[in-house]
Every structure is written in structure tokens, then in C-alpha cells.
Design a protein around this ligand. Structure first.
Ligand code: TYD
Length: 143
């Protein structure tokens, strides 16, 4: 299973670090929405869904967390602990976010506006959905 993690370019100088993200340059889609999670309680698991079409990049801009990705056949756990790393999550990935450090801020860049109708929240429905999708992602298609 292919996991795509971006390493963004920090622009560091004696004042500190700065990361800039531009659509189609650093991010492989139009960024229509940004949201972030913080103050996540100990033991909390978020996500538990896939999407019909939404693409996302997850960046833990402070602290750390883990993301479990599941493409219906395989699962992979990806730690996010650097503010300059982004995890690409395609619509066809069931995702769960957990093990948030108390100071974690998980920022999500999303290709679409919020739309509850785009969510697949039932795992059996997700398994049926991925059977109908081409889940192969070529890196050069998205970069
Ligand atoms: P939820 O989908 O449960 O988050 P997650 O799957 O990441 O654990 O969203 C929590 C609440 O926030 C829910 O009431 C819907 C709302 N929400 C928005 O209004 N806009 C958004 O872009 C997102 C992601 C959630």
C-alpha cells in the first residue's frame, strides 16, 4: 500500500522556521477548506470514515499524532510529528487519527467544502465502495 508523505520546504533563518504551501505547487489540489483539531482528549480516536471524493493533506503542525490508513485490503500506521510533513489521504482511504499528544494541533487541507453527503461512515459500505474504485495513485499524477 502506497503512503504519500510530503516533506515541505521550511524557510529557516535566525528568526525561526516558516513553511508556505501553495496549491498545485506544494499541494496537489485546490485548497477549498482548512480545518484543525486541538485539545484532543487522551485516548480519543477521530475519523472512522472515508470519502466519496474528498482529498486531504494532514499536517500535525504542533505536537504529534498517528494516522491509521486502510485501503480496504491493507492498513498502515503513519506517525505525524513534524510541522513540515504532510500526509496525503485520498478519498478511498478509511482513516483514524489517534495517540494525540496533549499539545497536538492537526491541520487538514481539504480539496472540497464540508459536505456530509461525501462521507462514508460505515466500514462495510466503504469496502463495497473501494471495490468500484481504482485506488492506485501514481506519485507523478498528484505532484
Ligand atoms: P467530525 O466529522 O466528527 O470530525 P472527525 O471525523 O475528524 O473526527 O466533525 C466534528 C464536527 O465538526 C461535526 O459536527 C461536523 C463539524 N465540521 C464542520 O462543520 N466542518 C468541517 O469542515 C468538519 C471537518 C467538521
Amino acid at each position: 500500500m502506497q503512503v504519500i508523505k510530503y516533506v515541505f520546504q521550511p524557510h529557516g533563518d535566525e528568526r525561526g522556521q516558516l513553511v508556505a504551501l501553495e496549491e498545485f505547487k506544494d499541494i496537489p489540489f485546490t485548497i477549498k477548506r482548512v480545518y484543525y483539531m486541538y485539545d484532543t482528549g487522551e485516548g480519543v480516536v477521530r475519523g472512522h470514515h472515508a470519502h466519496k471524493s474528498l482529498q486531504q493533506i494532514l499536517i500535525c503542525i504542533h505536537g504529534s499524532c498517528k494516522v491509521k490508513l486502510d485501503n480496504g485490503r491493507e492498513q498502515k500506521v503513519v506517525p505525524l510529528e513534524k510541522p513540515y510533513e504532510g500526509l496525503y489521504v485520498s478519498n478511498t482511504m478509511w482513516r483514524e487519527m489517534y495517540d494525540f499528544s496533549p499539545d497536538a494541533v492537526l491541520m487538514v487541507l481539504a480539496s472540497e467544502l464540508y459536505n456530509e453527503a461525501d462521507y462514508i461512515r460505515d466500514y462495510d459500505e466503504f469496502i463495497e465502495f473501494v471495490k468500484t474504485c481504482d485506488t492506485t495513485i501514481a506519485v507523478d499524477e498528484i505532484r
